[in-house]
Design a protein around this ligand. Structure first.
Ligand code: FE
Ligand code: ZN
Ligand code: FE
Length: 158
């Protein structure tokens, strides 16, 4: 990695890998939680995540790059923790609350990555890529907000 363009390409490959990993991990979380609204919110975000992969394909092409992922240790760790909590939490209420926390850690990872990437795209003079990445960033922020709302309005109270 020598230039900002190299850093951008590496990080874009990271999030591409991350979104594919999330697509594989979310069905397990959806199965593990018992709150209906939480299940529905995660199901919606799974569909949204599949759309994000398509948006990322457009970002690669806007940058003149080939779409490909590169193993990201950070997302693997977050997903591993999520799997562990799903397997170890026995109480229903605790499991819902703990898994919301794990999912929000993943949303925060994504918010951080897309915030960085969109600003790098702008610095590199690619407004199309900036706008596409902003679209994903807004979806991640909304997903995180929805989980906070579910936690504080009902799951934590239960
Ligand atoms: Fe995502
Ligand atoms: Zn990484
Ligand atoms: Fe997300």
């Amino acid at each position: 990695m020598k230039t900002l363009a190299d850093a951008f390409e590496h990080t874009l490959q990271d999030v591409y890998f991350a979104e594919h990993s999330i697509t594989k991990a979310l069905p397990k979380v959806i199965k593990a939680v018992s709150n209906t609204e939480l299940k529905a919110a995660l199901q919606d975000h799974l569909a949204e995540t599949k759309g994000q992969i398509k948006i990322l394909d457009r970002v690669f092409s806007a940058m003149g790059l080939e779409a490909q992922g590169e193993k990201c240790d950070a997302i693997e760790g977050l997903i591993k923790e999520c799997d562990g909590v799903a397997a170890e939490a026995t109480g229903k209420v605790a499991k819902n609350a703990a898994l919301i926390g794990c999912c929000q850690a993943i949303e925060h990872y994504e918010i951080s990555r897309y915030g960085t990437l969109r600003e790098w795209a702008k610095a590199l003079g690619n407004i199309e890529a900036h706008d596409l990445l902003s679209e994903i960033l807004d979806q991640e922020k909304a997903a995180n907000y929805k989980l906070t709302h579910l936690a504080v309005t009902e799951i934590n109270k239960a």
